[in-house]
Design a protein. Sequence first.
Length: 66
Amino acid sequence: MNRSNAQDADGLKAAVDQAIAACGGDMRSTIRALIVANEFLETKVSELMKAVSHAYVRGRFHTYSG
């Protein structure tokens, strides 16, 4: 494992530890909170994609032709 991958793994481990600690060490609560957060983010991404698509159709965004 190179240094960058090791740092990424350390950062991920720290984030996991923080999530578990935020839920009082309860693994089920941690997983539930992460699922809820993921669903929220998926909804926001979907809303943003629709807004960008709508703006593109209305001519507010132009493609880059190099």
